[in-house]
Design a protein around this ligand. Structure first.
Ligand code: CMP
Length: 139
């Protein structure tokens, strides 16, 4: 069965690596079912990352994610959620370079905060993330 996930190219990587990352996504066999370039407001970034509210990096995360436009994509493929997370690599680029040097974060992340890309972590988050960014999608 086809699975859907939300993938985000974060603002700094949208400026610097948008085409490279989108080409790699297509080469990996994902279908980009929907795509839009959107600048999150601070309020939207706070809502998107509400699970991280209270963490010491929350304000920096909200600043980072609202600093400019991001590329928002619905990726569709069998096992899309896990495969996109695999392609991103670990959140921390130091670790990504150790365990998955060909991952997007190993190649493009600047730090654990400015880590280039986002992907939903499970089916529930994928549905919530997609609905938040794209609204109700007919299935
Ligand atoms: P993401 O996968 O989008 O989900 C939460 C984000 O918070 C993460 O990518 C990073 O951008 C950021 N983040 C996670 N852990 C840390 C941390 N320890 N320090 C700073 N930022 C972090």
């Amino acid at each position: 069965p086809t699975e859907h996930t939300l993938a985000v190219i974060k603002p700094d990587s949208t400026q610097e690596h948008k085409d490279t990352i989108m080409n790699k996504i297509k080469e990996a066999g994902f279908c980009i079912s929907q795509v839009k370039e959107t600048k999150l407001t601070r309020e939207m970034a706070e809502e998107f990352y509400k699970d991280h509210k209270g963490k010491d990096f929350f304000n920096n995360l909200v600043d980072y994610m609202s600093q400019g436009p991001s590329i928002m994509m619905i990726l569709s493929k069998e096992n899309a959620i896990a495969e996109w997370r695999e392609m991103m690599g670990p959140a921390d680029p130091e670790q990504a370079m150790q365990v998955k040097p060909d991952s997007l974060r190993a190649q493009f992340a600047k730090s654990i905060l400015e880590n280039a890309v986002h992907g939903s972590s499970n089916v529930q988050h994928a549905m919530d993330n997609i609905k938040f960014i794209f609204g109700d999608i007919p299935s």
